[in-house]
Each structure stands twice: as structure tokens, then as C-alpha cells.
Design a binder for this molecule. Structure first.
Ligand code: KG4
Ligand code: ZN
Length: 365
């Protein structure tokens, strides 16, 4: 079977096509359009801007993915989409043009992220999926974005259970325990800022660009004799929750109180911010590994690109199966949505496209 998956929960517009024959998986294509440049001046993702970008990018990304998969056939699959896309003017225009040019592709299912995420962003992908389902006559599988971040790596890398997953991105920081591919429990999450958000906000304080994670990581590679020390919030707490806003405040005061803000001081701050965030993430993850007797650890979300975090996880997890997906698979992508759609249930669970709706606070179970 072939699944065409759509992901727009935050600021990446993604379409991927997966082929599954028995248990053999083959990605026919994956296209992503990132909006980092658009959001840079805001220092974070601005939801209405994100939606507008998705509306502009969805059709070109779809076209690219179909082309790469050799599934773009000239023809016409157009039915009037103006009612479905009544609040999506740019998208309606692009899609109408597309559907008048191309036939329905040879796929079996559509899959789309329905939550959690930014409501305006989610709706762009969902309305797009609705319009495609209506035109092409294909069933739709709704997918949970967070679940996709850990379930897809577990499937692809054949993780054994129980598994503990750490999900750390700009919008989420969660620890999840999975008993099998169907049973998952969130055991901890952030009470305030997400780990990526903390990288982004502290980077801004010390004068670095957005997104802050890679900028801090880059600066932290430099050597310095200067030392600063920052707190590791909740590192010893008995639960699995996180809190990063206190760290942000500590950075703000340290930066404000330093008279000579030399490059050396900035490097020392970057190194310590990275150490503090990754120490807390790793400590809590392995506390969960011990308690739940996990055999596999998965790390996902944009923050998992951090090399210091990767090294710490590998070191602490040397007796376990550690799954650290490639960057294009740990940041938002539609491949993970397609895999989850294929594996979450024995037979893909579809819904009537008319019933699809955005669920910005969707839970895992
Ligand atoms: O998963 P993602 O691409 O988007 C969502 O938030 O959904 O994650 C983006 C986050 C940003 O906060 C960014 O600063 C952080 O991941 N990030 C990093 C690194 N690369 C990206 N944080 C730390 N170190 C990195 N190398
Ligand atoms: Zn994500």
C-alpha cells in the first residue's frame, strides 16, 4: 500500500509518500519547506504567519513529493474545493490549478497530522487533506504528531520494549513510556517552557540568532577559561516533569549583571546553558529507564540534533538500544506521519474526511 502523508503542525510544511509491502518500508519521497527565515525576526514561530506560509507552500511541496515518487500524472482530478477551502484563499487558488492539471495519484491512503500543534497551522494541513480526499476519493488516516516522533523511530529501528522516549523540540518536552506499539504513557512534561524554547530564549538574551539551539551549540564548541554556573531546574525532583523558565531567568540575571560582556563570557554562557539543559534532559530520561526497566531509549524533536545531548545519551545508554534518528527524521517531517499511519493499528484506521478537525491539545492516550 501507498500512503501520502501531510504534516503542518508547526512551521514546517511536509509531504512524504511511503510504500509498505508486507513489512518492507520504502520512502518514495519526502519534501519539506522550512519557514525559519520567516520567523527569525520574531524570535519564534508566529502562528498566523505560519498558517499563511503553509497555504503558500503546500501545493508546491505536494507536487515535489509526487514528482520524486514518480506519481505525478497529467490529467484532471478537479471538483470544486471552494466550500472546503473557504477560509484558505491562497491554498484554494493553488490547489484548483493543480487539480486541473493532474490526475489522482496511485496511492491508497492520505494521512494527516491532526494535533497537537498550533491550531492555525494544523488547519492548513487538515483542510488540504480534506480537499484532496474529496477530489481523489481516498480515505484519510488522522495522526498524532507527538506519537509519530517516537513511534516511527521505534518501528524503523526495531526498538524493543519497554521503551522510554524523550521528545524535546521548540514546542514540546515530554517523556513517554511505551509497552508496545499501541500502549504509551506520558510520564512527564515541561511545566513551562520547552527545552528548545529555552535554547531559543536564552540565545536571544545573550545576543544570538533564532533558532537559538544550533547557535548555542556552535558557540559552545569554542574553548574558554571563564566559568559560569547555572541551575539545573528540577534535576533531582521525584517526578519526571521539567521546568526551564527558571533557567531562562537565571541567564537573564547573569547576563545583566556581567559588566564586561566579552566573547569569552558569551562562550562560557553558551557552554553552561547547553550543559544545564542537556544534564536535566539526560538525568530524567535515565531515571525513567531505571524505573521502567526500559530496553530502548528514543530521542526525538529538534533538540535531539544537539551533539552534547547525543553524546550524553549514548554514554549513559551504552547497555541499551539507543535510537537517535537522523536529523531529517528527528525534526518535523511527514515520513514519521506516514509510518505511524501504517503501524499504529493493524489495519489503518480511517475517518470520513468531513469529520477531520484540528486537535491542538491532542493527548497520546
Ligand atoms: O522539532 P523542531 O524542528 O520544531 C518544533 O519545535 O516543532 O525543533 C526546533 C527546536 C528549536 O527550539 C531549536 O532551537 C532546537 O530545536 N534545536 C536545537 C538544535 N537544533 C535545533 N537545540 C539544541 N541544539 C541543536 N543543535
Ligand atoms: Zn515535532
Amino acid at each position: 500500500m501507498k500512503i501520502l502523508a501531510i504534516e503542518t503542525s508547526c512551521d514546517d510544511t511536509c509531504v512524504a509518500i511511503l510504500q509498505k509491502e508486507a513489512d518492507k518500508l520504502n520512502f518514495l519521497s519526502s519534501a519539506v519547506s522550512s519557514q525559519i527565515e520567516v520567523h527569525r525576526e520574531w524570535g519564534g514561530v508566529y502562528p498566523t504567519l505560519a498558517k499563511r506560509e503553509h497555504q503558500k507552500n503546500l501545493v508546491p511541496v505536494l507536487e515535489k513529493a509526487l514528482k520524486e515518487a514518480n506519481l505525478l500524472e497529467s490529467g484532471r482530478s478537479y471538483k470544486n474545493v471552494s466550500k472546503i477551502l473557504q477560509r484558505e484563499d491562497i491554498l484554494a487558488e493553488h490547489l484548483t490549478e493543480f487539480l486541473k492539471k493532474y490526475d489522482a495519484p496511485n496511492i491508497d491512503y492520505l494521512a494527516v497530522t491532526v494535533g497537537p500543534g498550533l491550531d492555525p497551522s494544523l488547519w492548513a494541513g487538515i483542510n488540504f487533506a480534506k480537499a484532496l480526499a474529496f477530489n481523489w476519493g481516498k480515505p484519510v488516516i488522522p495522526v498524532n504528531h507527538i506519537k509519530a516522533h517516537f513511534l516511527a523511530p521505534l518501528v524503523l529501528e526495531e526498538g524493543t520494549f519497554p521503551a522510554v522516549s524523550l521528545l524535546a523540540s521548540g514546542g514540546h518536552t515530554q517523556l513517554i513510556v511505551s509497552e508496545n506499539l499501541k500502549t504509551h504513557k506520558v510520564i512527564g512534561k515541561t511545566r513551562d517552557d520547552a527545552a528548545g524554547e529555552c535554547f531559543d530564549k536564552t540565545a536571544r538574551i545573550i545576543g544570538l540568532d533564532y533558532p537559538g539551539g544550533p547557535e548555542i551549540a556552535k558557540l559552545a564548541k569554542k574553548e574558554t577559561d571563564k566559568e559560569v554556573s547555572l541551575p539545573r531546574p528540577m534535576i533531582k525532583s521525584k517526578d519526571y516533569d521539567f521546568s526551564f523558565s527558571g533557567l531562562k531567568t537565571a541567564v537573564l540575571y547573569k547576563w545583566r549583571d556581567e559588566e564586561s560582556k566579552t566573547q569569552d563570557f558569551k562562550v562560557a554562557m553558551a557552554r553552561e546553558i547547553q550543559e544545564a539543559i542537556t544534564d536535566v534532559l539526560v538525568e530524567k530520561t535515565f531515571k525513567a529507564v531505571e524505573e521502567y526497566k526500559a530496553k530502548t531509549v528514543v530521542v526525538g524533536g529538534g533538540v535531539s540534533a544537539n551533539l552534547a545531548l547525543r553524546e550524553k545519551i549514548k554514554k549513559r545508554g551504552k547497555d541499551l538500544k539507543v535510537i537517535l534518528p537522523d536529523l531529517d527524521f528527528s525534526t518535523d517531517n511527514a515520513k514519521m506521519i506516514a509510518v505511524t499511519a501504517a503501524y499504529e493499528n493493524e489495519k489503518p484506521l480511517t475517518v470520513d474526511w468531513k469529520e477531520l478537525e484540528s486537535k491542538p491539545n491532542l493527548k497520546i492516550n
